[in-house]
Design a protein around this ligand. Structure first.
Ligand SMILES: Nc1ncnc2c1ncn2[C@@H]1O[C@H](COP(=O)(O)OP(=O)(O)OP(=O)(O)O)[C@@H](O)[C@H]1O
Ligand SMILES: [Mg+2]
Length: 283
């Protein structure tokens, strides 16, 4: 067996193990089955299925307009907020159907947090209160000591604590872009989601901040199931365990061409279009 074949086998094994593990330490994987999405009568995602197992980072890659962000938004029910948008299919978090009509939308979103391309902390609100702001919306009440603990824990997890511990009362807007993005990660984590969706979280950041966020992603992997959209092929290789390659054309809606262990997708893809994309020949 070559090294690559071996790696691919290990990757497959990891995937299978993660998919079928009974004890994931409270971790939950996400499963999208036969997901289609429309804007008005424009079908933009056609019958997409993807397993996003706990303890693995899944990267979504593909050229602009192929439906990566739309797919991400179907995973926490943000797609349905867009006027005229519709959805078909199933999204499950562990055993829970996220589209179960009896499940509150706020609850579904509490389980599946999201970090956006442009860091969006509340600029005038303190760093401290920013971390707690998502929790407030869920209606959870904490005493002062518990709040202090949550703020510290989440800023540590978000990889920001050492830089801001002396300035927690300063406004979120006083931080650098990379720090703001880590603040947004801390804010998302405070709600204790099972899944964290990240839509090009580093695309507005410099290489140092990008490194810092990638480190944070690797550290979070055991706590929360991560799905990240990225245009940066090096980043996909650095942070993800598995990858899904999306493609659309002017006449065909977005579909997954190929999904699997990251190293396999990059070094020995099954589809020629995947090879062309990951090698920068288009997109
Ligand atoms: N709010 C919207 N209303 C109508 N069409 C939309 C809307 N958002 C996205 N679309 C369309 O849906 C398709 C998929 O867009 P989406 O934003 O999901 O792609 P993407 O893969 O995230 O692209 P990018 O890499 O540029 O972010 C595109 O054809 C886009 O024009
Ligand atoms: Mg997008």
């Amino acid at each position: 067996m070559t090294e690559l074949e071996n790696d691919a086998a290990v990757g497959r094994h990891l995937l299978e193990e993660a998919l079928f593990a009974e004890d994931t330490g409270g971790q939950m994987g996400l499963s999208a089955r036969n997901v289609s999405a429309w804007f008005g009568d424009h079908l933009v995602l056609d019958d997409v299925s993807l397993e996003m197992p706990a303890r693995l980072v899944t990267a979504l890659i593909g050229p602009s307009g192929c439906g990566k962000s739309t797919f991400l938004r179907t995973l926490n029910r943000m797609h349905e907020l867009i006027k005229g948008a519709s959805f078909a299919g199933e999204v499950r978090l562990g055993d829970q159907d996220l589209y179960d009509p009896t499940l509150k939308l706020t609850e579904a979103r509490a389980h599946v947090g999201m970090v956006f391309q442009k860091p969006n902390p509340f600029p005038a609100m303190s760093i401290y209160d920013n971390v707690l702001s998502g929790l407030k919306m869920t209606g959870k009440r904490l005493d002062q000591a518990a709040k202090d603990d949550v703020v510290e824990e989440m800023l540590i997890k978000g990889g920001l604590w050492s830089e801001v511990k002396g300035r927690l009362r300063e406004p979120g807007g006083s931080l650098s872009g990379g720090q703001q993005q880590r603040l947004c990660i801390a804010r998302s984590l405070a709600v204790r989601p099972r899944v964290l969706l990240m839509d090009e979280p580093c695309s507005a950041l410099d290489p140092t901040s990008t490194n810092r966020i990638e480190e944070t992603i690797r550290e979070l992997r055991d706590d929360v199931t991560i799905v990240i959209v990225t245009h940066n092929m090096q980043q996909a290789q650095r942070v993800s365990d598995q990858c899904a390659f999306f493609l659309a054309s002017s006449t065909t809606p977005g579909k997954i061409v190929e999904a699997g262990a990251t190293r396999k997708l990059f070094e020995d893809p099954a589809d020629e279009r995947t090879a062309d994309y990951v090698n920068g020949r288009f997109g």
